[in-house]
Write a protein that binds this ligand. Sequence first.
Ligand code: NAG
Ligand code: NAG
Ligand code: NAG
Ligand code: NAG
Ligand code: NAG
Ligand code: NAG
Ligand code: NAG
Ligand code: NAG
Ligand code: NAG
Ligand code: NAG
Ligand code: CU
Length: 575
Amino acid sequence: MRRVLFGLLCLCLFISVLTVSTVEASKIRRYKWEVKYEYKAQDCFKKLVITINGKTPGPSILAQQGDTVIVELKNGLLTENVAIHWHGIRQIGTPWSDGTEGITQCPITPGDTFMYKFVVDRAGTYLYHAHYGMQREAGLYGSIRVSVPDGVTEPFLYDYDRSIILNDWYHKTPFEQATGLSSIPFQWVGEPQSLLIQGRGRFNCSGLTYPSLEPGVCNATLPECSPYLLIVIPGKTYRLRIASLTSLSALNFEIEGHNMTVVEADGHYVEPFVVKNLNIYSGETYSVLIKADQDPSRNYWAASNVISRKPTTPTGLAILNYYPNHPRKSPPTIPPTGPVWNDSDYRLAQSNATKARQGYVHTPPLTSDRVITLLNTQNNIDGYRRWSVNNVSFTLPHTPYLIALKENITNVFDQTPPPEAYNDMENYDIYKIPVNPNATSSNGLYRLKFNSTVDIVLQNANTMSANNSETHPWHLHGHDFWVLGQGKGKFDPMNDPKEYNLVNPIMKNTVAVHTFGWTALRFIADNPGVWAFHCHIEAHFYMGMGIVLESGVEKIGKLPSSIMGCGKTKEDFRP
Ligand SMILES: *[C@@H]1O[C@H](CO)[C@@H](O)[C@H](O)[C@H]1NC(C)=O
Ligand SMILES: *[C@@H]1O[C@H](CO)[C@@H](O)[C@H](O)[C@H]1NC(C)=O
Ligand SMILES: *[C@@H]1O[C@H](CO)[C@@H](O)[C@H](O)[C@H]1NC(C)=O
Ligand SMILES: *[C@@H]1O[C@H](CO)[C@@H](O)[C@H](O)[C@H]1NC(C)=O
Ligand SMILES: *[C@@H]1O[C@H](CO)[C@@H](O)[C@H](O)[C@H]1NC(C)=O
Ligand SMILES: *[C@@H]1O[C@H](CO)[C@@H](O)[C@H](O)[C@H]1NC(C)=O
Ligand SMILES: *[C@@H]1O[C@H](CO)[C@@H](O)[C@H](O)[C@H]1NC(C)=O
Ligand SMILES: *[C@@H]1O[C@H](CO)[C@@H](O)[C@H](O)[C@H]1NC(C)=O
Ligand SMILES: *[C@@H]1O[C@H](CO)[C@@H](O)[C@H](O)[C@H]1NC(C)=O
Ligand SMILES: *[C@@H]1O[C@H](CO)[C@@H](O)[C@H](O)[C@H]1NC(C)=O
Ligand SMILES: [Cu+2]
């Protein structure tokens, strides 16, 4: 019965889409996607990848500010669930379309079709990707490009617009990786095998041993792993929308001989600054302008290199092809190897240089109502290796929070709110291995007063290895935040807030917390829903590095029944 109704509803919607689109073509963008496993060789090595309509990266969503995007997603994975998150889209009024399995919806089961529907309310560069288990790294991702409304001009000029997603690439499946991470003894995922630029990379097949040597497994001459071509016309200016969806790696991107002017970050205009090398962390997007003003008789390398972790993965390469040179003509130079991997001062300086563009500044509230300090640590729980914030390692509940809270389903997650700060903050030594690395796990959530201003201070510390700290890119769902400050060492709650940038801080949805450093951010909890805030490193979130924030759920209308059907929502929900 429900299926019939759903079918009718679809039909009506479909008809209304047709009607609307003939009148006003720019209002509804409708996509029909099928998610499937296929054998592909993104880096010349054949493995199982998840495609959308046969492609990875999947189809790009192109829309205009104010449009409604409808994605009808069919799960064709046969034996595996799926959910897709629309990264950077705040989902104002549609918190159930955020695509976070366990938080805003039940997983989409094999054979089912789920409809995501949301408004893209701000121009800019965004992403989409799987948000179920560690599925993102199997290739289920793509870009969202939202253009400015008619009659609005952007504060910079360019001739052409290109989207490039950077990624790292593993030959093991998400299942193999997840199993290793949740086993005793612990098995880390290791460094990636390749770096991809717009879905293409190059693994060195000649280093392989049996059984990967079998004919057809690794083939360096396959067209699908030839480098991505960025074709440019001499004299023209290009807007490159560069995004990172790495599972693990922090990256540095550069184009030989060409400076880049940074003009946008996570959908906000940046006060322009020029870089030769762009540092980019998983979940971030940047627009840079480049001018094809170099010797047009040759091609140039575009390169991505691992930073922040000692690199063992070869440089990812694409070709900047000056028209009409032969696209396959290799540049006559050695590919760039990027900056020194462990120069954290340089990375901090670039993060700190990113400010809101004059004329486009949204001023933050000068004070906040609540400060939550989150210490990132590596831990053990019952012998399992985990990551925690404030000694609490996050686990997803079986019944999504949004449904539990709206439908009054009790006892499906931990009712104790997680800590506002870590124990003994004054004396904690962030440069030492934790004295007692044991933590606890919980799926409790932070409840924020609706419309209140919240500060979050993220603090990095030493891991369980001597003299080691990692970079963690934290991503907030449902909101943008102001980046008020970033620094080295331990955050000083007395003095560091005095240095906050309250004049022109950039707003973002993802920000890096640098090694042995801190990052302070502020946001207004004005979007009713239940929202994840987590490290965007796939393995880290899987290992518990995240929290969940609720605010204003009482303001949310009736939830669509399509998000239900798992955990307690199965028996308790009656439409
Ligand atoms: C590929 O691996 C082989 C064998 O390990 C090595 O001799 C060769 O130099 C490598 N090629 C590249 C381009 O790194
Ligand atoms: C490698 O790929 C090329 C190009 O598609 C093809 O001609 C060749 O037969 C392949 N080699 C093997 C061993 O599969
Ligand atoms: C890139 O910028 C640097 C520093 O501003 C400058 O010295 C250099 O000449 C520029 N290179 C090109 C190719 O414009
Ligand atoms: C960076 O790493 C190299 C080894 O790869 C080491 O020699 C050097 O001292 C490190 N520099 C810093 C600033 O930690
Ligand atoms: C940590 O927990 C384990 C049990 O999982 C226990 O054996 C060990 O003694 C604890 N370590 C400390 C320092 O308390
Ligand atoms: C859940 O509880 C609230 C407060 O008691 C009530 O207003 C609301 O109607 C209940 N919702 C459902 C679906 O029962
Ligand atoms: C975490 O909990 C353990 C006890 O289980 C405690 O010894 C340790 O100090 C705590 N660490 C932090 C950062 O709160
Ligand atoms: C949110 O707070 C702002 C500033 O305090 C206020 O102007 C606004 O009316 C509030 N909005 C709601 C929906 O409460
Ligand atoms: C860690 O760094 C400290 C000082 O920075 C040094 O004394 C110590 O030897 C280092 N330990 C290791 C294992 O490298
Ligand atoms: C960040 O930039 C501001 C100037 O915009 C400067 O005052 C501050 O010292 C910088 N902080 C760091 C950590 O580089
Ligand atoms: Cu992390």
